[in-house]
Structure formats: structure tokens, C-alpha cells
Design a protein around this ligand. Structure first.
Ligand code: LER
Length: 290
């Protein structure tokens, strides 16, 4: 299991001028920096790749789906923007050596409405059709596309693992998998370990191990021992990444609703969060031999 920290802890949007974050994340002791792609144009990807290579730091790529990046939108232009954004990020993931590109692929973050069943069906249809297209592109690039359920206050489309699995079944691509963000799971899943087991090793491509309040992991009330046991039981070998927000995000601010600092500092959250991950999530010999 590899541990990572999202650029969202420190900055929004991440750009080339924030390249010093790579050495910071490496020096704290992480295996991975997760780059949240808000604006692909402000990042010199070859430079970032070279810095990461020199640091022996892995990169994962996560999405930021603002209002116009919406493959289920009633606006055809937004569906096209959303599709192209996903394709661009798949290619960035391939270039950066990221095994996954993940996020709430299916809709704009913050889109929560009461709409008719007929409109819901139409929006889901647009979403599934585009996910079929982009999942094949992800497969061609050797990337797993990770669909991330969000809590009900951030999306009206995919809140639960069951709903995510339903989308995966309808899309029918081996390249479309699930990203589990435990902050959202804490709101929407009745039993997070059971949900992890339900997803299973083949479909769980990435974990964002976030605390119940999105603060420092280990300081809230998430059922971390159960999460560890479930990840061990399914033989999860992917990454666990802290994704929280030290700065209001242009793309996601309204949805993420971060109105107060969640730790003394982003560095403190990253340092203490990693210490907790290493204590809690690294299987101890007793667990391994159990
Ligand atoms: C995106 O990964 C996410 O977790 C959302 O909560 C952002 O608003």
C-alpha cells in the first residue's frame, strides 16, 4: 500500500510555480503526490515528470469537475468539455506514470437538484455513453478510470458504492473502476468495510483516505481499523491518498464547503496524517499472520 497527499492540501489551482510541493511531499515521507488537475494549461507536465522522477516520487492524477466539465449536462457543450477534459487527464495520467485518473467523472461537483425521473434517465444515458467512450481510451492508455461517489450535498447522481457499481455495470468496461473517498463514504455508506469488500480488489482502483471531518486522518471518528481489515481482506495493493482542502478551490469551493481551517497547517495535516497512515494502515505481523 502506497501513501500520498493531494496538492489540494496546499494550493488551488496547482501550477508549475507550485513544483516545490513535490520535494515537500517526498521529504515528509510520502510515496505519491496526487496532482489535482484544475487547469492543465498552467502545468509544465514534462518538468513535473522530471522532478518527480529525480525525487523517486510517484504521481497520481485526480480530476476537478467544475460546472462546465459535466458529461451528464443538459448542455451539449458542457458534455463535450467534460469528455475532452477526461480524455486530456487520461493522457496526462499516462504521461505522468499514474495508474489511475479518478474523480466524480459523471457530473459537475455541486450539481444537486430535484429533477424528474425522465430527466435523470436522460442525463444518466448521456453519462454512460461518454463513459463507454472514455473508458476505452483509458484502456488503450493503460489507465484505470476511477469513478468516485460523492456525498449527497455535492452531487445528486452517484452517492453510494451501489450506485457506482450500477454505472460500472451499465458501461461494461474493465477499465472503469471505483475511487473510494472515505469522507464521502462516512456520510453515505452504512458500513464502510462492507462497502470495500463489496467493491473488491478488481474494481477498487484508488482510495482517498479522508477523515470524517476532512481534517487530519486519525483525529475524527472514522472506523479506521475496520477499513484496514477490509483493505487487507480484499488484498488491496493500491494507494491511499489524503485529499482535503487547505485553500478554497475555484472549481470545487462551493461543493467542498471548506469554510474553516481543518488543521493547524497543511504541512501539519500532511505530516500527522502520514504518521497515522503508517501506524494504522500498514499491516502489522499479527494482521499478516492472522
Ligand atoms: C473530489 O475528489 C471530492 O472529493 C469532492 O469532495 C470535491 O468537492
Amino acid at each position: 500500500m502506497l501513501f500520498g497527499a493531494s496538492t489540494f492540501l496546499w494550493v488551488s489551482p496547482f501550477s508549475t510555480k507550485n513544483a516545490d510541493l513535490l520535494s515537500k511531499v517526498k521529504n515528509i515521507g510520502y510515496d505519491i503526490i496526487e496532482i489535482a488537475v484544475e487547469d492543465t494549461r498552467i502545468i509544465d507536465w514534462e518538468l513535473i515528470r522530471a522532478i518527480a522522477r529525480d525525487l523517486d516520487l510517484k504521481i497520481t492524477i485526480s480530476g476537478a469537475f467544475g460546472p462546465e466539465r459535466d458529461i451528464s449536462s443538459t448542455e451539449p457543450a458542457f458534455r463535450e468539455i467534460g469528455k475532452q477534459y477526461i480524455i486530456d487527464c487520461i493522457r496526462i495520467a499516462e504521461q505522468m506514470g499514474s495508474p489511475v485518473f479518478g474523480g466524480p467523472l459523471y457530473s459537475a461537483v455541486g450539481k444537486t437538484r430535484i429533477v424528474s425521473e425522465e430527466q435523470k434517465k436522460q442525463e444518466r444515458g448521456w453519462c454512460v455513453d461518454i463513459l463507454k467512450e472514455v473508458s476505452q481510451i483509458a484502456g488503450d492508455c493503460g489507465i484505470a478510470l476511477g469513478l468516485e461517489p460523492l456525498n449527497r450535498f455535492e452531487t445528486d447522481m452517484v452517492n453510494t458504492v451501489d450506485q457506482a457499481l450500477s454505472i460500472l455495470a451499465e458501461v461494461g468496461s474493465p477499465h472503469l473502476k471505483i475511487v473510494l473517498d472515505t469522507f464521502h463514504s462516512n456520510i453515505e455508506e452504512k458500513d464502510i468495510p462492507a462497502s470495500i469488500r463489496k467493491i473488491g480488489k478488481d474494481l477498487l482502483c484508488h482510495v482517498q483516505g479522508n477523515e470524517s471531518d476532512r481534517g487530519t486522518p486519525g483525529t475524527g471518528h472514522l472506523e479506521w481499523p475496520g477499513i484496514r481489515e477490509a483493505l487487507c481482506d480484499i488484498g488491496y495493493e493500491g494507494a491511499v491518498v489524503i485529499e482535503t482542502f487547505g485553500q478554497p478551490s475555484k472549481e470545487l469551493a462551493r461543493a467542498a464547503c471548506i469554510w474553516r481551517p481543518l488543521a493547524g497547517s497543511a504541512d501539519e495535516l500532511a505530516e500527522e496524517g502520514l504518521a497515522f497512515y503508517k501506524k494504522m494502515l500498514v499491516p502489522t505481523p499479527s494482521v499478516i499472520n492472522a
